[in-house]
Design a protein around this ligand. Structure first.
Ligand code: NAP
Length: 316
């Protein structure tokens, strides 16, 4: 049998990294498995304003905050692996996780901190124009739209904040929302309504996008009247951008058949992050919870690691 870790953490977003930090400090033999870049959703978030203790006098971005968290985890000695887990066997005293190339990782406890991903806009031809006009990351793609027109779908904090960020690059930004009232926090709305480059298209959804290689046409529908409107790119531009920020879906596709109790794809836990399987915990956006923020994800990670430590101590 190969190495059996005390603790394996799936995901290196704020929840996973906090769990890694606490696991390391508890002197648990800890492995953090991440399939892509560290940070999860905040790796693609431009501005973080509400993480306690962050540097308020300097602009804090998701990547800058996550870089400090990663450094802290490394300091306390957790092992790191880049892999996508395709199979999870979570029952019994040794949990087995199988990566995409067949590597098997074994642990006495597992913390699932796989987070969530952006919900697709849901319009016709969406997949075809991903990266060719459609984006879910303003931080990554805003500079491609310097001087162009951009549309943003959504009405929550993310949509409004990212739309404001996009006004720094785009000539004009129009927020398309399915209702006539934003869901975003009042303080965020106040800033948005004062922004002269930001326009609003109410009671509207995107039905279809099109173009010859690059997206230059969009059909939108007024949900109250049913009226369809075709929006064409300015001929001088030949293209426009469409950014989706309409919430998230949990990253649990590869965990569907391992006996975890879920609700709409999110993992159910108690207040101490215990799932229904002994020695298996969930932390951060992937679990059923009322507030999905960096601060609550980090707190979940810390609680889950402390529970893993108690569990391991009782095995000895
Ligand atoms: P959200 O709050 O769930 O908002 C999603 C928005 O997308 C809503 O306006 C919703 O419309 C719309 N929507 C959902 N499904 C849609 C569909 N199929 N078609 C069109 N529109 C659709 O998501 P979020 O803005 O990503 O925020 C997620 C969480 O992170 C929230 O708790 C938020 O407070 C937090 N967050 C906080 C900050 C901050 O504090 N600075 C920044 C970003 C995010 P309806 O309004 O009609 O439901």
């Amino acid at each position: 049998m190969g190495k059996v870790y005390d603790l394996i953490i799936l995901g290196a977003g704020p929840a996973g990294l906090a769990a890694g930090l606490y696991g390391g400090r508890y002197r648990l033999n800890t492995l953090v498995i991440e399939k892509g870049q560290d940070g999860g959703q905040i790796a693609i978030t431009n501005e973080i304003e509400n993480y306690p203790g962050q540097m308020v006098d300097q602009e804090e971005s998701g990547p800058s905050l996550i870089a400090r968290m990663t450094k802290q985890v490394e300091k306390f000695g957790a092992d790191r692996v880049c892999d996508t887990i395709v199979k999870a066997e979570l029952q019994g005293p040794v949990k087995k996780l199988t990566g995409v190339k067949g590597d098997v990782y074994e642990g006495k406890t597992v913390i699932i901190a796989t987070g969530a991903h952006p919900r697709p806009i849901g319009c016709k031809n969406e997949k075809e124009f991903l990266g060719k006009g459609i984006s879910f990351c303003a931080t990554c793609d805003a500079n491609f739209y310097e001087g162009f027109e951009v549309f943003v779908v959504g009405g929550g904090d993310s949509a409004v904040e990212e739309a404001m960020y996009l006004t720094k690059f785009a000539r004009k930004v129009t927020l398309i929302h399915r209702r006539d009232k934003l869901r975003a926090a009042e303080s965020i709305q106040e800033k948005a309504f004062k922004n002269e480059k930001l326009h609003f298209m109410w009671d509207t959804v995107v039905e279809e996008v099109d173009g010859d290689g690059i997206m230059d046409t969009m059909i939108v529908k007024n949900v109250k009247t049913g009226e369809l409107t075709t929006i064409k790119a300015d001929p001088d531009d030949g293209m426009f951008g469409l950014f989706g920020f309409i919430g998230y879906l949990p990253n649990t596709d590869n965990l569907q058949d391992c006996g975890l109790e879920m609700e709409n794809g999110y993992i159910k836990t108690d207040d101490n992050m215990h799932t229904n399987i002994e020695g298996v915990y969930a932390a951060g956006d992937v679990r059923v919870k009322s507030l999905r923020q960096v601060v609550t994800a980090a707190a979940d990670g810390a609680i889950a690691a402390s529970q893993a430590e108690h569990y391991c101590a009782n095995l000895e």
